[in-house]
Design a protein around this ligand. Structure first.
Ligand SMILES: Nc1ncnc2c1ncn2[C@@H]1O[C@H](COP(=O)(O)OP(=O)(O)OP(=O)(O)O)[C@@H](O)[C@H]1O
Ligand SMILES: [Mg+2]
Length: 232
């Protein structure tokens, strides 16, 4: 689904990612762990195309996309739930969802129904301004908005951030459901324990490089990962 080879990227002259290689398979879910400033958000931004590539390649379903504009990557089937949600507070829930589908010309009522069945709480608040939703509801909206593009690969940047434990569990079980419907997932998370439980494989990024990778179960047992992310 996604193949990243020796990727370098950053800001202006500053290279943040160096020699990053990773893969996400068909219907697979993969966690990306890393301390603050490791380059996780930078990687997702580069994958979706809002940051330019400085070197290396990005292949989405065999197509090289490293120089393809973000809108076209979304048309090809990539979508992102950005760090900090970035919903449009003055627009309604429904309008926010509509924006997620703005690159599609085949949007139907059933697209909204699908999101509302995943997130019943959003259905009840369809006409409410998004800025008046709770933090958890805003996160659901951000995920729902990305799904409106009918992606084949969903990139998520810390979807559990700032949520109460019960909602965190809800977000993770939703991700499993989305994956079971055939969507591949690349998940950036600080909540390492739950992320490793919810995914099949994982990578650890440190100072812009991949320093560990393996099955999620393997990494959950690794001493390095336990010390760095699982509280010893
Ligand atoms: N717009 C920017 N301009 C210049 N440098 C930036 C910019 N955004 C991020 N950086 C730098 O890139 C490095 C990686 O940042 P990034 O946001 O990718 O980290 P992260 O792994 O997502 O961290 P966090 O867990 O805190 O979200 C940091 O050193 C950061 O200061
Ligand atoms: Mg980040």
């Amino acid at each position: 689904m996604l193949k990243v080879t020796a990727l370098a990227a950053g800001y202006g002259e500053r290279k943040v990612l160096d020699d990053v290689s990773l893969e996400v398979g068909e219907s697979e879910s993969v966690t990306l762990l890393g301390a603050n400033a490791a380059g996780k958000t930078t990687l997702l931004k580069t994958l979706i195309g809002v940051l330019p590539v400085m070197g290396g390649g990005i292949f989405f379903r065999q197509t090289p996309v490293a120089t393809v504009p973000p809108e076209d990557r979304i048309r090809l089937g990539m979508a992102i739930v950005p760090e900090g949600r970035r919903i449009f507070p003055r627009m309604t829930v429904r309008e926010n969802l509509q924006i997620g589908a703005h690159l599609r010309d085949d949007v139907q009522l059933e697209d909204f129904d699908r999101i509302f069945s995943l997130f019943p709480r959003l259905a009840e608040r369809e006409s409410q301004k998004a800025g008046t939703l709770s933090g958890g509801e805003q996160q659901m909206l951000a995920i729902g908005r990305a799904l409106m593009a009918r992606p084949k690969l969903l990139l998520l940047d810390e979807p559990s951030m700032g949520l109460a434990p019960k909602l965190v569990a809800e977000v993770f079980s939703l991700l499993r459901r989305i994956q079971s419907e055939g969507v591949s997932i690349l998940l950036v998370e600080q909540n390492a324990k739950m992320a490793l439980q919810a995914t099949e494989r994982a990578y650890v990024l440190r100072l812009g490089r991949v320093v560990l990778s393996g099955s999620s179960a393997e990494l959950a047992r690794s001493v390095d990962v336990q010390e760095a992310y699982l509280g010893g």
